[in-house]
Design a protein around this ligand. Sequence first.
Ligand code: URA
Length: 207
Amino acid sequence: AAGEIKDEARPDTLAAIEKALQTCRRCPIAELGTNPVMGEGLLDAPLMIVGEQPGDQEDVQGRPFVGPAGQLLDMHLAQAGIDRQGAYVTNTVKHFKYVMRGKRRLHQSPTAKEIDSCRWWVDSERALVKPRLVLALGASAARGVLGRTVSISRARGVPKMLDDGSELWITAHPSYLLRLEGPAREEQEKLFTADLAAVAARLTELV
Ligand code: URA
């Protein structure tokens, strides 16, 4: 089809992915002029954490999960006893998609088509890092890893086997928690805490 990109050979190092991302035009998000944010962490990390896309802060700093959602994630990881430094942290979509509201850049969810275009990169990262366990945060991340849409409420707590034998665990996105207040927030925080505790327990079995 017009505009379709033939799959090239996969980059064979994380550095090669990072370099190739600079000129990626697989989807239109890059036209917004933001910078691709590469995953970060250890090659050979047993745990890969996948978010949706970089936000405003991540775009500015060039690192995943360093803004408000990242701080909430860090707090929960620490509480669950999961060492972020020992994990590989990335996003399913590599560029920040936004609309301007006054002077602020407001997050916009990527479309299924954009997520599917960007799967090439997260698949390439996964092929190199070879994590034993992949933790997808939210529906976009789950689609980015699985290639289809799942419901978080049904998928959470039930690991799925991926093609390479690793396990995919799905939970909510921390930005979702940040948008809630009161009892709804409390309830979702509890579910998130339980999901991370299950992942922490499973990780100790796997490694
Ligand atoms: N939200 C994400 O999904 N990823 C980030 O890196 C930051 C916020």
